[in-house]
Design a protein around this ligand. Structure first.
Ligand SMILES: Cc1cc2nc3c(=O)[nH]c(=O)nc-3n(C[C@H](O)[C@H](O)[C@H](O)COP(=O)(O)OP(=O)(O)OC[C@H]3O[C@@H](n4cnc5c(N)ncnc54)[C@H](O)[C@@H]3O)c2cc1C
Length: 430
């Protein structure tokens, strides 16, 4: 991998909590996976970096399980490895994702996305959002050049040619040359700075939970488009899986209220008992499906990363992957500026980051939304279109190729996306 983005200037130890009015070089709002990756990417530059997070410290040092199992692309694993977080995730928390199969309705034909087709032995790994966040925080805690302020909610922001200032709920004000927002897809900072965003509300809610399966899943992910909404089976270690089911909001409320054994039986029935009986291993978590895309990623002294820049529909499993790449791209821009002795917040550098991330995320975002809409609708036209697309198989290639290519692509493998990625075959859960 091109490690140039991690080449550093001498380290400056920062152990002090910034006093009121203290000027930082970089302030990052949000200690989610994107904010933490961004801070780690700036280690060793000598820049004074502070991360501000509204949650209590315990929620960052030891985050709760939130139901999300993140399908990490090869590229994301490389980045996490370079940041020092990947080795901190235990092997038992890494579930191999060998391949993925997509089924349309009750048809016994399926599309098979095979990593072997691009010369890889796996599509990637599934790791819980909880384990990723924890490993990133552990790495941050082991370094002395980033300050993390918890229980500190940003309530006011000013940006301009002379830098940014943020005011916390406590009344404290911090200033910096560059302000980076990693504060969720409904970013307060983005809105306050006056950057608009396109929002796509799918009118659907996703329920996720962990289950033990009676029959083996062979580390294959399944995406089934059945009447009543999509179902995804994400294979975890030891015969466990994450079950992702999509409903209208009313149905979701009803299914969230169900007894957990009854929900497991309902899930097994929706999957035609193909994995046998299911045993609930976690509570259920629900997520309304709203995708967001910021109309600009930068402003004077200001940049967006992670979901604050691009909040993806989870169906193609790219939200975190894009988010961590946005932080890599912005860190490299800042490092380049440091090396060249240019101001880190110079618009030229920030705009370069914006161009790169837009080129990477735009096709994936709009392709994913089109796919999610097509596969989320029940009307006759959508059904016919879906069947036609599915029957030809190849017609799905451009979007699927892009998605698959992004999952398996490493930084040194950019040319491999033309290989055939999809095989059409009969579905078999064995
Ligand atoms: C069910 C589900 C499954 C998913 N599966 C995948 C997958 O397979 N692959 C994949 O790549 N992605 C996946 N994603 C997407 C992925 O989870 C997100 O893209 C990622 O977690 C976003 O990280 P983030 O750091 O940008 O934002 P967040 O995790 O939302 O973190 C933002 C942080 O900012 C803090 N904050 C907010 N406002 C303020 C404020 N005013 N002051 C201070 N702090 C503030 C918040 O407390 C929070 O800690 C999935 C998402 C869901 C919902």
């Amino acid at each position: 991998m091109d490690k140039e983005w991690l080449v550093t200037s001498p380290k400056t130890a920062r152990t002090d909590r910034p006093a009121s009015q203290d000027r930082q070089d970089v302030i990052i709002i949000g200690a989610g996976p994107a904010g933490l990756s961004m801070a780690l990417g700036l280690r060793g530059t000598g820049l004074r970096v502070t991360v501000i997070e509204k949650l209590a410290e315990s929620a960052i040092t030891d985050p709760d399980f939130d139901g999300r199992e993140i399908a990490l692309s090869h590229r994301s694993i490389e980045i996490l490895d370079d940041l020092g977080a990947w080795p901190r995730i235990g092997d038992s928390d890494k579930s191999v994702l060998r391949s993925a199969k997509v089924i349309n309705g009750r048809s016994d034909a399926c599309l098979h996305f095979d990593a072997n087709a691009v010369g890889a032995d796996k599509l990637g790994y599934l790791v819980s959002n909880q384990a990723i966040r924890k490993s990133l925080h552990q790495e941050l805690a082991a370094s002395s050049d980033v300050t993390l302020l918890c229980e500190a909610e940003v309530t006011k922001i000013d940006t301009g040619p002379r830098g940014a200032s943020v005011t916390l709920a406590s009344g404290e004000t911090l200033r910096s040359d560059l302000l980076i927002a990693a504060d969720t897809r409904f970013s307060f900072a983005r809105r306050t700075v006056g950057i608009s965003a396109s929002m796509h509300d799918f009118g659907r809610t996703m329920i996720v939970s962990r289950m033990a399966f009676e029959r083996p899943h062979h580390q294959i992910a399944w995406e089934c488009f059945v009447p009543g909404g999509a179902i995804a089976v994400l294979p975890l270690n030891d015969g466990e899986a994450s079950l992702v089911m999509t409903y209208t909001p009313d149905e979701a409320a009803r299914h969230m209220a169900m007894d957990k054994e009854a929900y497991a039986q309902h899930a097994a029935r929706r999957l035609d008992q193909r994995f046998g009986k299911m045993k609930p291993l976690s509570r259920r978590y629900s997520y309304p499906l709203v995708a967001t895309y910021a109309n600009r990623f930068v402003d004077q002294g200001f940049a967006l990363v992670g979901d604050a820049a691009v909040g993806m529909h989870p169906v193609t499993a790219h939200g975190f992957n894009l988010g961590v790449q946005s932080t890599q791209s912005l860190s490299k821009t800042i490092r380049d500026a440091c090396r060249a002795g240019r101001p880190i917040a110079a618009m030229r550098g920030l705009q370069k980051y914006e161009r790169q991330h837009r080129a990477l995320s735009g096709p994936l975002y709009f392709g994913t939304n089109a796919l999610a809409e097509l596969y989320g609708r029940e009307d006759t036209v959508s059904n016919l279109l879906r069947k036609a697309l599915f029957d030809t198989g190849r017609s799905l290639s451009p979007v699927r190729k892009m998605i698959m290519g992004r999952l398996t692509q490493t930084s040194s493998q950019k040319a491999k996306l033309t290989a055939p990625l999809i095989r059409k075959e009969r579905s078999s859960y064995e």
